[in-house]
Design a protein around this ligand. Sequence first.
Ligand code: F6P
Length: 365
Amino acid sequence: MKKRVLVLTGGGDCPGLNAVIRAIVKRAAREDDWEVLGSIEAYNGLLRRPYEIVPLNETVTAGIHVKGGTIIGTTNKGNPLKFPVQQADGSWKEVDRSDEKLAALQDLHIDAVISIGGDGSQRISKALYEKGCPIVGVPKTIDNDLSATEMTFGFQTAVQIATEAVDHLVTTAESHSRVMILEVMGRDAGWIALNAAIAGGAEVCLIPEIPYDIDLVKQRVLERYKRRRGFANIVIAEGARAKDGEVVGQLMKEPGYEHIKLGGVGNELMHQLKRAGCDADMRVTILGHIQRGGTPIAFDRVLATQFGVKAFELVLEGKFGQMVSYQNCTITDVSLEAATAAYNFVDPHSYLVQTARGLGMSLGD
Ligand code: F6P
């Protein structure tokens, strides 16, 4: 019987997930004694009866590297350590189903697991590894906020999409002499916003790492706007906040997934500017999940493919408890312990921030 590696994708989708899956399958096909399976919707495929486990081979994965999303599905609500189970009275309780998950791996004769996901997924992988699961992590997030890898796939695609949105807004801002505010994703990190603002040539960029002073933002906007046929473009990260303010979002309480859903800071900024006396004609665009969909750009396909090959090679070497990582333009691995220790935020003293300032862009401080 061949050895079996189980692949799963967890958390929000991200361009490049399918390229990782295809690379694992292609690399495994070069070994005579391995086969690849996929668990549907992260660990849920292992916890459901009958199991929702699918074979992944070169026929199934042919050409998927160009497709966004993930062919094996994903979920934010599939943490086996805190699994939402509905009680007889209708309420929900979080239950540790990790032993069931480990038993399912034995039952299915799985020799190794590759979990592709963001910080939440890597934390789950670490906990499962500590319980004896032979697991390897692959980092993914459009937010680029994982500290143990210099880049995650999906991020550059999100930046490209956000930059194209700035480009589109510039033409309408110019034609109508308007101030256009673009709200982009990124959670508590300003990577997408700052890169898109520089690439698109925005006048103002507001990021979570640098709380903004609304009067300074107003000043920069009006400077630009009051010129003849003036207009201005602002890129704001969803996690940005005013110096004396809070992040804008809603507490979402779904079974197994309680979190602050960020969103709305673009509109909040427009109201703050109006209250501060900015009389410009303003419009807000919230880019939303468009940033996570569609075809990964070439850079992300290449990075994702390298991650997939490396993940399978870690399995071959029996290097479990590790996460693949991009460092100094090459692919390496780090422990899941290190991978989950810290986040990667924009350094206000970095050259990227200095570049924005050097262009005359306001960061609201
Ligand atoms: O982490 C990726 C991300 O797209 C964030 O940028 C965003 O805040 C969040 O996920 C949105 O999550 P959901 O898809 O659950 O609305």
